[in-house]
Design a protein around this ligand. Structure first.
Ligand SMILES: C[S@@+](CC[C@H](N)C(=O)[O-])C[C@H]1O[C@@H](n2cnc3c(N)ncnc32)[C@H](O)[C@@H]1O
Length: 366
């Protein structure tokens, strides 16, 4: 899915079969959904399910294979017609009803409620495309009180990183140094994040959660704005060149032994979402344990609710309160850590003395 699709072309963009091929062949994605459904087979048995944005119908078919008695497969784009044929090809036309409509306009017979809603709604950095709004609207309209959401929660994570692919290649480009050009390129693109793969070794500070969404409870308005102010201690001496964002989705663990988690971070198998990177206009050399302070705001675009503006601000670490434990080398952190260590030693010493007294009393009694 292109990051720049205009809102009026949103549904027609999903009529491109290549987009669906990309999603279907994204194994970590498709496997996570299949596993989340199949490992909860006893939950799905004889249940009524709604698949919001069924696309080719693959998730609806997984639900039918797991024993669901009825699946409403809702798809707004014309791909709904193909989904009907795919459902027939798999002999599930007696279980799956494809509804060619926006989910917001669907009316189920006798105001029926469903036991579970399944949907693959995630965009770049989780919220791009704004499809989660539709899923939450469907939840409020169609889900039973004790119904389940697949996935049930999701988190966005951020970490400072190096981006050698975008920085280093310009230092010697066919024998010419083009760092001036590269800098101008970054300034021009500073409002637009890069969608690219970041290797785990290019993260230069620990990750921190930026947003947490509970799909069973949170409202559409809750999705309008997320913000984080953070101080990360550099985990190595490196070139600090950007902030990397990714997400994870958590599925219900109802009758399964283990919770299924769809991970899209740099230390997991690569997905079609890759990672999102906000580039710094200028790289900064940092030493191991040096504090890196920043604020990141993710605000829904007022003129296009399917887009978010990501605003990055570099902060002075001395000006930001940051929680312990922290491994950065700022004087205030070293001082706090020293005091904590002294307190811990004192407590250990006291405990040792107390247990010696008890031992002595025991010997006296004997
Ligand atoms: C990311 S694709 C997922 C397709 C399929 N579920 C899968 O996992 O391969 C999202 C699909 O949801 C559809 N969609 C998005 N918003 C919708 C809405 N409000 N009502 C119905 N369909 C919607 C899109 O047209 C698209 O086909």
């Amino acid at each position: 899915m292109d990051i720049d699709i205009p809102p009026n072309e949103y549904f027609s963009s999903y009529e491109d079969l290549e987009v669906h091929r990309l999603m279907l062949e994204d194994n970590p994605r498709t496997d996570a959904y299949r596993q989340a459904i199949m490992s909860n087979k006893s939950f799905f048995k004889d249940k009524i399910v709604m698949d919001v944005g069924c696309g080719t119908g693959i998730l609806s078919i997984f639900c039918a294979q797991a024993g669901a008695k009825k699946v409403y497969a809702v798809e707004a784009s014309d791909l709904a017609n193909l989904a009907k044929d795919i459902v027939k090809e798999n002999n599930f036309d007696n279980v799956i009803e494809v509804i060619h409509s926006k989910v917001e306009d669907v009316i189920l017979p006798d105001e029926l409620k469903v036991d579970a809603i399944i949907s693959e709604w995630m965009g770049f950095y989780l919220l791009h495309e704004g499809m989660l709004d539709s899923v939450l609207i469907a939840r409020d309209k169609f889900l039973k009180e004790d119904g389940e959401m697949f996935p049930e929660s999701a988190g966005i994570y951020v970490a400072p990183c190096s981006v050698p692919e975008l920085y280093n290649k310009w230092t010697n480009f066919h024998g010419v140094s083009l760092t001036t050009f590269a800098k101008q390129l970054r300034v021009n693109k500073s409002s637009k994040p890069e969608i690219m793969v970041i290797n785990n070794q290019d993260l230069i500070g620990n990750e921190v959660p930026m947003a947490w969404i509970n799909l069973k409870e949170d409202t559409v308005n809750y999705l309008d704005c997320f913000s984080i102010t953070h101080v990360a201690a550099a985990t190595k001496s490196a070139k600090y060149q950007g902030i990397c964002l990714w997400f994870e989705c958590y599925f219900p663990q109802i009758s399964s032994d283990e919770q299924v988690v769809l991970k899209t971070g740099p230390n997991s198998a690569s997905t079609h979402w890759k990672q999102t990177v906000i580039l710094l206009p200028e790289q900064i050399e940092v030493e191991e344990q040096e504090p890196i302070a920043f604020q990141l705001d993710m605000k829904r675009d007022l003129s296009n609710s399917r887009r978010y503006n990501l605003e990055f601000t570099m902060l002075d670490p001395e000006e930001v309160d940051h929680p312990l434990p922290c491994s950065c080398h700022m004087t205030k952190c070293i001082l706090i850590k020293t005091v904590m260590l002294q307190q811990e030693n004192q407590m250990n010493q006291n405990n040792k003395e107390n247990s010696n007294v008890l031992e002595d009393e025991k010997i006296d009694d004997e």
